[in-house]
Design a protein. Structure first.
Ligand code: ADP
Ligand code: NA
Length: 344
């Protein structure tokens, strides 16, 4: 098999929730542990991306260290993966600038993430009027920074959810555009492939028509890495289900119940079909009790490890420094070649 360079990133914002773990980080750990000795596996905590939205500097600084502790607590192993803070490696910013100079504005305007921001900023009195003065340039160009994150390592595989397909398409376009413009004979940048994360969309415990998210105002809608066993129990007990008797898996008509079943399935490794028959003649109370227990079993040791690591800031700083050195070693080779190709 040919050598793979796997790259993915996560923003350092807030305490990680169950959706982030089941939808992203658990997959990272799996990829890391299944990687061969030839593969490079690189995970970045992308602080510059977090700046596209207003951040409290003190909080951001704490979240940044917390995210590193979180990744380690869930099993990202710095001996197997390169794990580092994006802002510790200036190569990302330099390459982002260079790529922005071959990125058509129109392409960024077509990003659905940008269109959603525009829609949010529409004038309340006049729907047709968009107030661009309320939107910062970073929010517009961050897909280019994402492309730089990936291409700085000449990554071949990018494990991200389907919501990132359009952004990865831009990375692919920019890689091709760069190769065509500056490196016609060889393919300097590999065209990165999306490794679609097996769809495990965790829904809000309070509104099962939306996904579990850190931005929902009601904190009881999500399970956090730091939740104690009694907090988990309380949140699951309060999860919105339905009044249909019995337990069945029907995501369309019974989203709340089905969400609990998929969480249970993710925790125990059983399929939903194996789980459902056990609830014959039983109700939501039984299911919720089992989900809370399974979640506690899943989260207990990462939670304890997270709290232990929070007391080891010196250790975290040394892991971050080693990760940054490894990342820089790789990406500075890319940037050296890029500078030569562009003539600077
Ligand atoms: P949030 O939606 O809470 O702001 P992010 O957008 O920062 O989370 O997502 C970080 C990672 O976690 C992404 O890879 C995203 O796809 C994944 N993720 C976030 N929420 C969920 C969810 N409810 N179910 C599955 N994956 C999720
Ligand atoms: Na989000």
């Amino acid at each position: 098999a040919s050598k793979r360079v796997i790259f993915s990133g996560i923003q350092p914002t807030g305490i990680l929730h169950l959706g982030n773990y089941l939808g992203a980080i658990s997959n990272w750990v799996k990829l890391q542990n299944e990687a061969t000795a030839d593969d490079d596996v690189i995970f970045s905590i992308v602080g510059w991306h977090a700046l596209t939205l207003p951040q409290n500097p003190k909080e951001l600084s704490k979240s940044r260290a917390n995210m590193l502790a979180t990744l380690l607590a869930f099993g990202i192993d710095p001996k197997k993966s390169t794990v580092f803070h994006q802002e510790d490696n200036q190569c990302h910013a330099e390459l982002a600038w260079i790529l922005s100079c071959i990125t058509p504005v129109g392409k960024l305007r077509r990003m659905t993430t940008w269109k959603a921001r525009l829609a949010d900023s529409r004038n309340a009195n006049d729907e047709s009027e968009v107030d661009e003065s309320m939107l910062n340039t970073g929010l517009f160009t961050y897909p280019v920074l994402q492309a730089a994150d990936i291409l700085a390592y000449r990554a071949t595989h990018v494990p991200v959810g389907e919501d990132q397909t359009q952004h990865l398409e831009l990375s692919r376009d920019l890689a091709e555009n760069f190769n065509r413009t500056f490196n016609s004979k060889k393919r300097f940048f590999p065209i990165p492939t999306q490794l679609i994360t097996p769809c495990r969309r965790v829904l809000s415990l309070k509104d099962p028509s939306s996904k579990m998210s850190k931005s929902a105002p009601d904190v009881s809608s999500r399970i956090l890495l730091t939740d104690t066993s009694s907090q988990i129990e309380r949140k699951i007990k309060g999860a919105v289900t339905d009044s249909t008797p019995g337990i069945s898996y029907d995501p369309v008509n019974r989203p709340g119940t089905s969400n609990l079943l998929s969480i249970l399935s993710a925790c125990t490794g059983e399929t939903v079909d194996q789980i459902v028959p056990r609830y014959e003649g039983k109700g939501h109370g039984h299911l919720k009790k089992d989900v809370a227990e399974a979640l506690e079993c899943l989260m207990k040791s990462p939670r304890e490890e997270f709290h232990r690591l929070q007391e080891e800031q010196g250790f975290l700083a040394s892991i971050a420094a080693e990760g940054a050195a490894k990342a820089k070693e790789r990406s500075s080779k890319t940037l050296k070649a890029v500078r030569e190709m562009i003539g600077l």
